[in-house]
Design a protein around this ligand. Sequence first.
Ligand code: PLP
Length: 466
Amino acid sequence: MQDNTIVIQAPAVASKRSTREWQQADAAHFLHPFTDFGALAKKGSRIITKAEGIYLWDSEGKKILDAMSGLWCVNVGYGQNSLVEAATRQMKELPFYNAFFQTATPPAIELAELLAEVTPPNFQHVFFAGSGSEGNDTVVRMVRRYWDILGQPERKVIISRKNGYHGSTMAGASLGGMSYMHAQGGLPIPDITHIDQPYWHEHGHGMDKAEFGKVAASWLEKRILEVGADKVAAFIGEPVQGAGGVIVPPATYWPEIQRICDKYGVLIVSDEVICGFGRTGNWFGCETQGFKPDLMTFAKGVTSGYIPLGGVMVGDRMAKVLIEQGGDFNHGYTYSGHPVASAVAVANIKLIQQLKLVEHVRDDVGPYLAQQFASLKDHPLVGDTETCGLMGAILLVKDKAKNTAFPAEIDIGMVCRGHCFGNGLIMRAVGDRMIIAPPLVMNRAQMDEMMSLIRRCLDLTLADAT
Ligand code: PLP
């Protein structure tokens, strides 16, 4: 028999080119996500070339503190060898096989088992996908299938929230409440409706925060009654809205949402794509916010972003029906249960356990961040700060005493973000909110370093704005 293995020298990881050369090639061929293609082509992108711990380096050799964990995902920080080794080992052993047609691979089974261990006790089953968006597409199909099986096919409507983010596929973007996304491509798809977000600065002024939490939750009950309780399939939300600007709801919000959903038999979906895997100081954000979902979407932190993987944890209430009465579920992805991604996820979760990162966030750096962010309120630009675990937001205001916002044309968030880039710090701007979600491995000394960079950037922003 002929040996079909051809030995080819692996290419160098990245060829050496100047920043300008990278930018030219980038502009010529690469259409970036959520980007004005034309504007970026003129300006040139920033080229990130390596990373270690909580730091990145760009193609100019500049060191940058990554206070956004890549895109809310590098929970264990960069350069963790156990993840690299898990991927290498699995690639050599079995780089791919699918989970269709009654087959499985050991890493996917092991990951399913481990997820059942770290998620709340009512989650014993998982459906794998390749990303958070695919996970939320799965949610829509699974929720509707569940009600079909139970003989209530008219229960189709999913209630979500304005300014929530649930991904970029047709269903993900529809579940999300970003109006600028809906404006492109005729979204949302039918049977998805949005209520206002529990953002005190937008809707709650003059109201006690605990009271506001209940008022914001009552908007769900109102919408359920408008739609008709027998038509509502599920409510979906992020425990803490991430991309919307780290909107931390009052502690009264989610328990009241739970009460309302229970009252009308509506399923609860917790989108844990950002909040999962330790971000909020518990394994999952629903534990921090005090509610018990029926489904949980996850991605990002499950592999700390080292390799794409997402999915949906399916709670016992739904799993029982889908397994015992459902028959075929006609849905799935080539990469559902990808063995290499699963092996990396297993290594990542074990590392989170070994490093006790959940406890580290809950007992040490989470409270420390809360204290440090609270101390920023003495800054003339800072109208408020909010944190939950290792997520935080700084609200920039024009006049603290009168609580007035900057005019939109100043785009104060982008001014501040520019100073962050210039000073070796990655923070994200969402309107007038500057947000962070640093790697969970960050220690107090590194947090002090981050805080002094933040203060410097706020000072520079203030100088520009006055
Ligand atoms: N859900 C939430 C809460 C997210 O923040 C994101 C991405 O940022 C998604 C879903 C979509 O995940 P992905 O980009 O992996 O498709």
